[in-house]
Design a protein around this ligand. Sequence first.
Ligand code: HEM
Length: 414
Amino acid sequence: MPETPDSTPQPELFTWEFAADPYPAYAWLREHSPVHRTTLPSGVEAWLVTRYADARQALADGRLSKNPAHHSEQAHRSGRVGIPGERQADLMTHLLNIDPPDHTRLRRLVSKAFTPRRVAEFEPRVQQLTDRLIDGFATRGSADLIHEFAFPLPIYAICDLLGVPPEDQDDFRDWAGMMIRHHGGQRGGVGRAVKRMRSYLAELIHRKRADLGDDLISGLIRASDHGEHLTENEAAAMAFILLFAGFETTVNLIGNGLYALLRNPGQRALLQESVARGEKELLATGVEELLRYDGPVELATWRFATSPLTIGGVEIPVGDPVLVVLAAADRDPARFAAQNTLDLARKDNPHLGFGHGIHYCIGAPLARLEGQIALATLLTRLPDLTLAAEGAELRWRGGLIMRGLRELPVSFTA
Ligand code: HEM
């Protein structure tokens, strides 16, 4: 049976209604125009790829470059693609903007420092941060879980992991706040925030070089591959992209994940019972399902055709931007049974929430750890958590790449 009947009109994209629930529009695109040329709100023309098989193929296609210099419109020059405020050339050379062989070299070096073992050893610290944040509102009976929980947890976690001293972490919280508001379409201060973060990181790297410790920045400085090291600029750009890529994404995993659980009481009860029994399995498959069902990254970051190619039978001209719609691919009924149902125990779940191919998320182990601890602890400590607003009452940040709530008001027994 078709997902949407032929008579259904083409839905409008990028409106506020679309931001609140883009899934019906993506179902239409998958069915009627799976590789779809559109004009983005910024005025840039781009292709949207919405079917799972096409999305997976495009994410791993070496003819699609991550380097904005390949964009025919050169729109990046006016700041219309890429990270806001990152036009300082040294920050541009991060993993999401480069191709092999540079990408291979940098990724190998960062992988030596950002190891699964380092993340696993970080578990008690994430638990401590989570408990401290919940202590801040647990006796009040109500909270905004975005501002008081989902937002600060990843920023403090990444700062700790990188080795940003505790007394400087609130500056990072402020800078990150400006960046996230910018992503949500609100102007002001982002260029300044990125600049300050950039010069702070440069100075921190300089200081660490003289006095290496156990933290990730020291690990980045130490990492060597066949005698090669990261330069100071490369280390700063790496620390920046780890912060940038690991922050808003994790805010959204916790925010979207809690929202989905609170709207699916049967699934939430199953998870709460399983966590109370001390089990780990449903928590692990549950976080994967939340990444598939309403994941933090709606569209993978920009790719540009460097030679003629076809995706799903559609020819993409050289220089055209391609945006892979992870949120659409992860609800493709050709790959996922009961695609619109939240099933925390789902086993066959090769979702694209962390991407695919050489740019696959390097922070996935940390994101999983934070997501699992945050959800399990909140549901255990505040077992009667309920939504204080939903549907049209809630605002979503309107950015292009990320999908996340601006606020998530809840109430509970104090
Ligand atoms: C790449 C998702 C958390 C660091 C990516 C990509 C996705 C993604 C989809 C690929 C983008 C593309 O191909 O265009 C997520 C989600 C997260 C998360 C859903 C949270 C739930 C993190 C964390 C970190 C991180 C915690 C680090 C602390 C990175 C980096 C890349 C990346 C550095 C670029 C890798 C490369 O280009 O080789 N992430 N991410 N991410 N992520 Fe994550």
